[in-house]
Every structure is written in structure tokens, then in C-alpha cells.
Design a protein around this ligand. Structure first.
Ligand code: PLP
Length: 398
């Protein structure tokens, strides 16, 4: 299906586009929806909460009847901590599959919770694979749950969720998913990937503003987790039972953020839901990546692992390249980019998500070209060591 040229209006106040993985550039209508005040206990706001939960649930498809959706105040990390604290039992053990900052953060959360875990750390970006997960589960019967990061936003890799889900299921363990940066644009269908719980947040692919996260959990998991959480405010089961009873959040909800999110959900639906949103982001990525490659930049990942969410590029080897100057120039042209998170080589990231379309991505490439010229960078080619890193990854191809 060819993508329609949408041509979104530019940010109203001339603020730069956020080529970052959330907070991101939002539609004017989303911001406008925050102009009204709501009483948190009032029936009208309770209706918003109800609609929020049911609209999100319906994105799961027909299996949604096995699940419920529970919003949690705070940023995405709060929701991850809430999921881990609520669903990994005190005497359980979690296998954390890490290949970047967010996997490591989940392991650090388990340290704080004082709960048992095994960390598979694949370094900056190598994907955890089904066979190695199967070996670990075979050798450690104490493991009850497995946490996978869907899109590891620190490199932009799309991890092999289905492959891992199948292994976890056949080993009889429970799958927890951090789909923070992918949910809403990359399908997660519980008919294909059976998960116990999954988290995302308001300010990623649904294109709302920051203020809450949400947990999808099996009803059976919610019912079984009473009293399990280490924290009062992050207890998903307690939030769920209270919401079921009163229709209210337990503590002050981010009312304006919820109102904005409902507008964002309507826009998401009009765009064609998960597949429509995913198609626009993929188109954004393809335009941006091919333009950057034409300038001589190289991506960390090859096509097989690139997500439509965010892309890591190596910094050029050319002595004249300076990331801070590059960043400042891009900003002056109206684009905020993101520093990289690789430990071995210098890199930067450009996001594809948010209220941005093809003309914006072309503008990003044109600005990068101007930036190279202004710094006097003759070649955007990365250093040799970067290409060696790439080689390691391509050897993984089956
Ligand atoms: C954004 C994100 C989070 C949450 O980060 P916050 O800064 O707390 O919102 C967690 N996991 C992944 C993969 C993310 O992209």
C-alpha cells in the first residue's frame, strides 16, 4: 500500500522537531486537548480513564479478553518497575535479556527490589537469540519469568521477540515485555506471542505527552499477584482492583496527559492503527537512512535488525567532525537529534517516531548535509573499528 503524502503542519511555535524517542513531536490537537481542567474523581474523567483502558486493550486484537490494561503514573521506568515488582514473585527468578541501557536498567531494578535474576548481557547491541535463551532456561529451573526488550532504544535494534517468545513458551516460563518504544507501531499480537505482561508509555509511538505508563497483563496474572508488590504506589494489582471498583486512579492522575492521550489515540486510529503508524515510521526511516547513507554515513545495524523507531549512525572518522557542533547546527536548522549510547565507538541517533512525515525526514538529511559542509567534513565514513563492530553483527545472520 503506497503511503499517502500527509504533509503535517510544522510545530506551531517554531520549536524544533524532536528526532528523539520520546518525548517526541506531538500533533497540535494533542497539546490543545490539555487546555481543559478535569476533576480527578468526577464522572467525566472516570469516563476518560475507562476509554483509555479499553482503547489500548483493543490494540491487542481478539486475545484482549484474556488481558486488562492498567495505567501507572510516572515515566516508562516507573511502569517497568511496577511490572517487575508486581508479577515476578518474591521467590521467583527473572531472566533479563539485555543488549543495551534499558535491559541493564531492568536488572538494576531487580537489585533494588532484592529479587533474584539472571542477566544475559549481550553488550551494546547484539540480539539475544532463542537458542541461548533455551539453554539458560534448560540449565536453570529456578527461572520463572523472562524479560525481553522489544525495541532496545539505546541502539535501535528490533529484538527477535517472536523467536524468544516461542522458546519461553515451550520451556513453560512466563514472558514479560518492555515494548516501551515499539508498542503502537510494531504489532505485538498475543495470539502469536503469549505474554504475561507488557509495558509501554504515553510519550512513545502513540504520540502523547509524558506522564504515565501502562501495563497490559493477563487477568490470571493480576488475580494471582495480590500482595506481591514491594511498593504501594507501583502496585499494578492494587491500581487495577481500585480502578475496577471505583473507576479511579488511586493517587492523583495526570489528568491533562490522559486527555491528550485520548486525542493521540484517536489520531492513531485515523492513521490506520498499528499498521498505519508502523508504515509511516518505516517510510520515515527509509527516507532518512537512505539519505544519510548517500551522504556517506553508516548505520550500526544492517537492514535485518533496523527498527522503524530510531537508528544509530557512526560518527565520521574525519577530524573535522565534532558531535556538539553537529548537534548545535542541526538544532539551528530545526532538528533535535540524540547522542549515541555505544561504548566502543562514537555514534549518534536519529528517531523516526512522532508527528513527522517524509518532508521532515528529507529536511533532516538536507540539514545534515549542510552541517557537514559547515564543519568542513570531507567524508562521513566511520572509523575502521566501527566497521569491525558491524562485521560481528553480520556474522550472526543465519
Ligand atoms: C523510553 C523507554 C523506557 C522508559 O524510559 P523513561 O525515560 O522512564 O520514560 C524503557 N524502556 C525502553 C525500551 C524505552 O525506550
Amino acid at each position: 500500500m503506497p503511503l499517502q503524502e500527509v504533509n503535517f503542519p510544522p510545530p506551531k511555535f517554531g520549536e524544533p522537531y524532536l528526532l528523539t524517542p520520546g518525548p517526541l513531536t506531538t500533533a497540535f490537537e494533542v497539546k490543545e486537548a490539555m487546555l481543559k481542567d478535569w476533576g480527578s474523581w468526577d464522572g467525566e474523567f472516570r469516563d476518560l480513564t475507562k476509554k483509555l483502558r479499553s482503547s489500548l486493550l483493543s490494540l491487542l486484537g481478539p486475545e484482549k479478553k484474556l488481558y486488562d490494561c492498567v495505567p501507572i503514573q510516572g515515566s516508562g521506568t516507573y511502569a517497568v518497575e511496577a511490572m517487575l515488582g508486581t508479577f515476578v514473585p518474591k521467590d521467583g527468578k527473572l531472566l533479563v535479556l539485555a543488549n543495551g541501557a534499558y535491559g541493564l536498567r531492568a536488572a538494576q531494578t531487580m537489585d533494588y527490589l532484592n529479587r533474584n535474576y539472571h542477566l544475559l548481557d549481550k553488550g551494546d547491541y547484539l540480539p539475544p537469540r532463542g537458542n541461548e535463551v533455551a539453554d539458560i532456561l534448560e540449565n536453570d529451573k529456578a527461572i520463572t519469568h523472562v524479560l525481553v526488550i522489544h525495541c532496545e532504544t539505546s541502539s535501535g535494534i528490533l529484538n527477535p521477540l517472536e523467536e524468544i517468545g516461542a522458546v519461553v513458551k515451550s520451556a513453560g516460563r512466563k514472558l514479560l515485555i518492555d515494548s516501551m518504544s515499539a508498542f503502537g507501531a510494531v504489532p505485538v499480537d498475543p495470539q502469536r506471542i503469549e505474554f504475561e505482561a507488557m509495558v509501554s508509555s504515553a510519550n512513545k509511538c502513540i504520540e502523547g505527552v509524558p506522564g504515565f505508563g501502562f501495563v497490559f497483563a493477563k487477568l490470571s496474572a493480576l488475580q494471582a499477584s495480590k500482595g506481591n508488590c514491594h511498593s504501594l504506589s507501583l502496585d499494578v494489582e492494587a491500581q487495577w482492583s481500585a480502578m475496577e471498583k471505583s473507576g479511579q486512579w488511586r493517587f492523583t492522575p495526570p489528568t491533562h496527559v490522559v486527555a491528550a492521550f485520548l486525542t493521540a489515540l484517536e489520531i492513531h486510529k485515523e492513521e490506520g492503527g498499528v499498521s498505519g503508524r508502523g508504515a509511516r515510521y518505516t517510510n520515515n526511516r527509509d527516507i532518512m537512512v537512505s539519505g544519510m547513507r548517500d551522504l556517506g554515513f553508516e548505520t550500526l545495524l544492517d537492514e535485518q535488525w533496523l527498527s522503524p523507531i530510531i537508528v544509530t549512525f557512526f560518527c565520521p572518522d574525519d577530524q573535522a567532525f565534532d558531535f556538539q557542533k553537529f548537534y548545535d547546527f542541526m538544532k539551528s536548522e530545526g532538528y533535535i537529534i540524540y547522542p549515541g549510547k555505544l561504548t566502543v565507538v562514537d555514534s549518534f541517533r536519529i528517531g523516526c517516531i512522532g508527528r513527522m512525515d517524509a518532508p521532515v525526514m528529507k529536511g533532516v538529511v538536507a540539514a545534515a548535509k549542510k552541517a557537514l559542509g559547515s564543519m568542513g567534513v570531507k567524508s562521513a565514513a566511520p572509523p575502521k573499528i566501527a566497521l569491525m563492530e558491524r562485521q560481528r553483527l553480520s556474522e550472526l545472520k543465519e
